[in-house]
Write a protein that binds this ligand. Structure first.
Ligand code: CUA
Length: 337
């Protein structure tokens, strides 16, 4: 092996190790933080152990066969004898009986896990509607008049039912730390349950190829203690505050006088578009464009002027807004907490 190949192999190992360290604990299927994810992790670990034992057995038998064959070929008489009775029994036991037993057990475990993941008559403490869009998530709390986007707040210690549907193509909702995947299908309502006792911030993503920005269709599930969650709900229920100074007032006028209102809603104003995300509390969110970039003033300005450069293919057209007007508009959006 020459130096170059040694070096490239070394770099490959470093790269693989870096990938492993990049694994975020919050998004690992093997590090469950919710009831559903725990059932799935148990099944996965069970299957890994069974798979490893079977694999080991096959390798051992393979080595024995290899060794015996060598021994047989040392004397020159070809081995044409039919397998002995014991050898036949061995083949039937290991080649037919054992696989049937193992696969039946694994299948049974799968069925039990499936039943646990979708309880037939579970009663939910909270219902949330999640509607998939290209490429963002609309999140509605129908019993609380709250609409938001790309962030699903849930209380800890409560059974949360997600009702999933789509406005355009098939998407799939996946929060690896909390549960498995469920499809969002146009014209259909699927159910999924989230239950966790651990407050935290859990990353979710779209798990069904849905177009050019499928990879930038992230969301977060934020699990909070019930008191904090109630507080969040109360704050989100409020309509947008009225502008308190000249700059934000001008910003609001620019917003209401532009094309923004055809696609976006700001409760408490005349803006009631439903194509894009509800902006009533946009300033309280951590990212824009479904996890595309952090929600900073600079990114927001870049998004308004040229959204296609941040997320090509999304439905928002570029806005031609003069510098001063843009500053005022940003100041207004900042008040939408
Ligand atoms: Cu939505 Cu992939």
């Amino acid at each position: 092996m020459n130096i170059d190949r040694k070096r490239s192999r070394f770099l490959l190992w470093i790269f693989l190790l870096l990938i492993v360290t990049a694994c975020d604990a919050e998004t690992s299927v093997l590090n469950p933080h919710g009831e559903g994810a725990e059932h799935i992790a148990n099944l996965l670990i069970f299957m890994l152990i069974v798979g490893a034992v079977v694999y080991l057995q096959v390798i051992i038998l393979f080595l024995i066969a290899l060794f015996r064959r060598r021994a047989a070929t040392t004397n020159d008489t070809p081995d044409t004898k039919p397998p002995s009775r014991n050898a036949q029994l061995f083949i039937i036991a290991n080649g037919i009986a054992l696989p049937i037993i193992i696969l039946t057990i694994v299948f049974g475990f799968n069925l039990v896990t499936l039943a646990e993941l979708s309880p037939a008559n579970a009663s939910a403490d909270l219902t949330i509607e999640v509607i998939g869009h290209r490429w963002w998530w609309e999140v509605r709390y129908p019993d609380h008049s709250v609409v938001t986007a790309n962030e699903i707040y849930i209380p800890t210690g409560a059974q949360v039912e997600l009702r999933l549907t789509s406005a355009d193509v098939i998407h799939s909702l996946w929060v690896p730390a909390l549960n498995g995947k469920a499809d969002l299908i146009p014209g259909r309502s699927n159910r999924m349950y989230l239950y966790t006792d651990e407050a935290g911030d859990y990353l979710g993503m779209c798990a069904e190829l849905c177009g050019i920005q499928h990879a930038k269709m992230q969301f977060r599930v934020i699990a909070q203690p019930p008191e904090d969650f109630e507080q969040w709900l109360e704050q989100q229920r409020q309509p947008a505050p009225s502008p308190q100074d000249e700059v934000t007032l001008r910003g609001q006028q620019i917003f209401l006088g532009s094309a923004c209102v055809y696609c976006h809603t700001v409760r408490g104003t005349n803006a009631s578009g439903v194509i894009g995300p509800d902006l009533t509390h946009i300033a309280s969110r951590d990212t824009i464009g479904a996890g595309a970039v952090p929600n900073t003033l600079g990114n927001l300005a870049g998004w308004i002027i040229d959204p296609q450069s941040i997320k090509p293919g999304n439905l928002m057209p570029p806005m031609y807004i003069e510098g001063d007007d843009l500053q005022a508009l940003l100041a207004y959006l900042e008040t939408l907490r």
